[in-house]
Design a binder for this molecule. Structure first.
Ligand code: PEP
Ligand code: MN
Length: 338
């Protein structure tokens, strides 16, 4: 339920409403808009259904929320959420670009990738140290050594670091080295992991599951927010369909849908979304045009010898071209890339 207060509602009236909610064991989220306060009610569904909030002074109306996600929903909070990662903003007119190799392979590879993506204007260095691979015989990542390298490369090149966490027990380790905790497609419904990152003091990048509906995805974000972490960035990375030409079908309509359903920032990963480097450039333009708040793009100094996802990785030169175009498209959308 959301409770919409009158524009003239006093602080005392708002306090009375929230005190009532607390008295019946419910929690709430206050959203102070320009003209009015909106109170989002969280907690037991039966208790909420029995509430009679319209009788309180200062209440304009109470509206039941039918979606199971609440904190995530646009009804709860009208204004776009801007996630601030140590001064780098994502959302609300700020485009954030995360770029780098699929996996951290070596110091040379990572530092060269970091140098190039920084030069092209990226804000975040991406790279997996723990790789969820389909085959157990494929490169699994450099683990903690890789995390350390990411932190060092990020520092040296003034880039925020985003990397995937796959294990609830590795939360402290990731918090030590990463600026943003990435929950990958394969773990989007790993609810214990969602709860753990929800308690962490770091922004979370939540990728859409391989076959997740938009509602399942937003409910996964609700898990994180319900633990108190409101700094969630969504990432559309394609879903599995009957199509085989592309690795996944990049669902850009999800961006338009999420913009209506939620206040959270959403970025697009055209690398995993298509699996083909030649499609990354046009799909990056399309992502910005449809309203995405940023991009995640795989860039490798030498894609031919990449240990992971070389087919979808851009060379530094091609990444620069994409960034130049994205800057123009961002301007058209009234947004800032830098
Ligand atoms: C990744 O970004 O490295 C990755 C594994 O992506 P996804 O979880 O979207 O497959
Ligand atoms: Mn990859």
């Amino acid at each position: 339920m959301i409770i919409v207060m009158n524009p003239e509602a006093t602080k005392q009236e708002i306090d009375k409403v929230t005190a009532k909610l607390v008295s019946v064991g419910l929690d709430f989220h206050l959203s102070q808009g320009q003209s009015r306060t909106i109170i989002g009610v969280i907690g037991d569904k039966k208790t909420i259904a029995q509430l009679q909030m319209d009788v309180f002074d200062g209440v304009e109306k109470s509206v039941p929320i039918t979606e199971s996600y609440k904190l995530v929903s646009r009804g709860f909070k009208r204004e776009d959420t801007i996630v601030n990662v140590g001064g780098v903003l994502v959302g609300g007119g700020n485009i954030g670009v995360m770029a780098g190799p699929c996996a951290v392979e070596s110091r040379e590879q990572l530092f060269e990738a970091a140098r190039c993506v920084k030069a092209a204007g990226a804000h975040f260095l991406r790279g997996g140290a723990f790789k969820p691979r389909t085959s157990p015989y494929d490169f699994q990542g450099l683990a903690e050594v890789g995390l350390k390298m990411l932190a060092e490369a990020g520092q040296e090149h003034d880039l925020k670091v985003v990397t995937e966490i796959v294990d609830v027990n590795a939360i402290d380790l990731h918090c030590e080295y990463a600026d943003v905790l990435q929950v990958g497609a394969r773990n989007m419904q790993n609810f214990e992991l969602l709860k753990v990152v929800g308690k962490a003091n770091k922004p979370v990048l939540l990728k859409r599951g391989l076959s997740a509906t938009i509602s399942e995805w937003l409910n996964a974000a609700e898990y994180i927010m319900s633990e108190g972490n409101y700094n969630v960035i969504l990432c559309e990375r394609g879903v599995r369909t009957f199509e085989t030409y592309t690795r996944n079908t990049l669902d850009l309509s999800a961006v338009a849908a999420v913009k209506q359903l939620s206040h959270l920032p959403i970025i697009v990963d055209p690398s995993h979304g298509t699996g083909r480097w030649k499609m990354v450039r046009p799909m990056s333009r399309a992502a910005i045009a449809v309203g995405a708040d940023g991009l995640m793009i795989e860039v490798h100094p030498n894609p031919e010898i990449a240990l992971c996802d070389g087919n979808q990785s851009l060379t530094p030169e091609n990444f620069q071209i994409v960034m130049n175009e994205v800057e123009e498209f961002a301007k058209l959308m009234g947004k800032k890339l830098r």
